[in-house]
Design a protein around this ligand. Structure first.
Ligand SMILES: [Zn+2]
Length: 269
């Protein structure tokens, strides 16, 4: 085989051709890697989006379990004791029913708290109840508080003592000492005693008597016995507009004080 002698021109042409091919190869490689990078970028964006959608739907399903209004707002469940077929205690001479006094004061407390941008839930807002027996009633009240994720549950009642019309005074029930419930009970008891309309019978605990609504609500729970309907002075005061307004104001301010204290504690954590 005979090799042709290459001219310098031919050599230069071939060098240029090889150079061109090399540049073309490089361009193709660059284009390939650019496309690959773009593809990876698109895949990553799609992956992130799908993850976000999943987490969003999880949040939606979680919040759907929460009440419509509560979200992060402080929620108070006010439980006006008794109602409808259940009068509670009754002062015959003054025609005063416990269920009416409890309802009036509960609604007034709610109005004050709502003005403070607190989410208020009521177990009843008038003289009708969805439950028809005492056991259903207690469970129903707890369910309303629990389903609404209430922070505080406050049950409003009046007392009665058969053996003496002279017994009088307000008392606040909670389950145990050194608890948040006791803290709230103390605030309410102090505020009620400052009205000075009756005797201060202090705080009462589960060790003395077990109360269903305190045991079966998840919220910080207290039960208030405003006074004795077996006592004329207590009944007159609790039946009066001034009495209802002052009691509602005292209880509301105690609740707001407790809420502020809890907020401060959380901020310090
Ligand atoms: Zn009662």
């Amino acid at each position: 085989m005979q090799y042709k002698q290459l001219t310098s021109e031919e050599i230069n042409r071939r060098i240029r051709l090889r150079k061109k091919r090399r540049i073309a190869r490089r361009k193709r490689r660059r284009r390939f890697f650019s496309l690959l990078f773009l593809l990876i970028l698109i895949c990553s964006i799609l992956l992130i989006r799908s993850c976000n959608n999943k987490s969003n739907s999880k949040t939606e399903s979680n919040t759907s379990l929460k009440p419509l209004l509560s979200e992060d707002r402080f929620t108070v469940c006010i439980d006006a004791g008794h109602g409808e077929y259940d009068n509670g205690t009754y002062n015959e001479n003054l025609n005063a029913f416990e269920k009416d006094i409890a309802l009036d004061i509960s609604l007034k407390i709610g109005q004050i708290l709502e003005k403070e941008d607190i989410n208020v839930i009521y177990t009843r807002k008038d003289d009708t109840t969805p439950w028809k027996s005492q056991s259903d009633s207690l469970k129903g009240r707890c369910d309303i508080s629990n389903k609404n994720n209430a922070d505080i549950f406050v049950s409003i009642h009046c007392n009665y003592y058969d053996d003496s019309p002279n017994i009088r005074g307000s008392e606040v029930w909670c389950r145990f000492k050194d608890t948040k419930d006791e803290k709230l009970a103390k605030f309410i008891n102090n505020n009620l005693s400052m009205i000075n309309f009756t005797e201060n019978r202090g705080l009462k605990y589960e060790s003395e008597k077990k109360l269903y609504v305190l045991k079966n609500t998840y919220a910080t729970s207290v039960l208030i016995e405003l006074g004795y309907l077996s006592n004329t002075k207590d009944t007159k005061y609790l039946k009066s507009l001034e009495g209802k307004n002052k009691c509602a104001r005292a209880i509301s301010e105690a609740i707001i004080k407790y809420k502020d204290l809890i907020n401060e504690d959380e901020q310090q954590l």
